[in-house]
Ligand binder design. Structure first.
Ligand code: XMP
Length: 327
């Protein structure tokens, strides 16, 4: 548990049997590290934090407290899924924090992408630290750090602590049970732990969430248009058998309108932009060539079901020269 170096002898976890052995080993290691003390974990619902939480629940049950912060920028159904899986099915101690108004109020009128990211990151730490201070006797912080995070932080590409920047008085010892695993191994462990397919095979989702897909200053109505169109896109990709095959796909709603016509009446509404890309490392990306029938279905559903939208565009720009996200 102390080492941040994956031993050369460590076998790649590719099967249920190997995952079971890893789970047993980590349960023993977690119990040895934590004893009868309490552990806190920020549970986003992403693959890494979910697998980390499920492992800790198996090892120490109610000694773990999970905090799920809903910042209002999550995809449709995500907070509900976290509550259903962790509180109801796995019996976890889960604190659900509805911080939607708090985040959206702070973000109101802010259009610069990096300022939006900073506000979301800082507010997240503030909310999490507030919850941590309310709890007594917590000595450990569990994090779903994975091996690429460690490698990238050693290379100076990014800081790997998922909840970095906590106030100094919250001086927790870290518990990082999946820190020597690659993403594909985390997924095998997640399946073996019985987490739902949709949670384990989830596509990458940025920390600032839908906030960077609601271009410019976020408004609640445009954010809803992003969330609803994203849900339709995910549904249709799943129906077309593309879930798990396309690396990342999402919708963007820009902050301009165009003229349209519905039932003989002029409309002036937003467009929805569809982006679907494939990549290995997110440094470069190619565009998925979508079947025409799927595109027609998406246009029809999005323009009829999403409020305030009268046009659908498809972004066919690779990275470079466009980044994957619009902001
Ligand atoms: P870009 O837009 O830089 O995205 O081509 C590359 C990958 O990184 C994700 N991304 C982020 N992830 N916080 C994150 O946790 C961020 O601020 C952020 N910005 C982009 C993006 O979704 C893609 O997978």
């Amino acid at each position: 548990m102390d080492s941040n170096v994956r031993p050369a002898s460590m076998e790649r976890i590719t099967t249920k049997a190997l995952a079971e052995a890893f789970i047993e080993e980590q349960i023993a290691a977690i119990k040895a590290q934590v004893g009868d003390k309490k552990v806190l974990l920020a549970l986003s619902g992403g693959v890494d934090s979910s697998v980390c939480a499920a492992l800790l629940i198996k090892a120490i049950g109610k000694q773990l407290t999970c905090v799920h912060v809903n910042h209002g920028l999550l995809r449709k159904g995500e907070p509900e899924q976290v509550i259903r899986v962790f509180r109801e099915e796995l019996g976890a101690n889960l604190i659900y924090v509805d911080a939607v108004d708090r985040f959206l109020d702070k973000l109101a009128g802010v259009s610069d992408p990096e300022t939006k990211r900073k506000i979301i990151g800082k507010e997240f730490i503030d909310v999490f630290a507030e919850e941590a201070r309310k709890l007594e006797g917590i000595e450990f912080l569990a994090q779903g750090t994975i091996y690429p995070d460690i490698l990238e932080s050693q290379d100076g590409i990014k800081a790997h602590h998922n909840v970095g920047g906590l106030p100094p008085e919250l001086n927790f010892e870290l518990v990082e049970p999946v820190k020597l695993l690659y993403k594909d191994e985390v997924r095998v462990v997640g399946h073996t732990l019985g987490l739902p397919e949709g949670m384990v095979e989830r596509q990458p989702f940025p920390g600032p969430g839908l906030g960077v897909r609601c271009v410019g200053a976020i408004t609640r109505d445009r954010l809803e248009a992003v969330r609803e169109s994203d849900a339709i896109l995910r549904e249709e990709f799943a129906a077309a058998g593309l879930q798990g095959k396309v690396w990342q796909y999402f919708t963007v709603v820009p902050d301009f309108k165009s003229t349209g016509i519905t039932d003989g009446k002029r409309t002036f509404d937003w467009p929805v932009i569809i982006r679907a890309v494939n990549t290995r490392d997110a440094i470069t990306a190619t565009v998925e060539e979508l079947p025409w029938d799927l595109m027609k279905k998406l246009v029809s559903r999005i323009t009829s079901e999403v409020k305030g939208v009268n046009r659908v565009l498809i972004d066919i720009t690779p990275k470079p020269c466009a980044t994957i996200e619009w902001e």
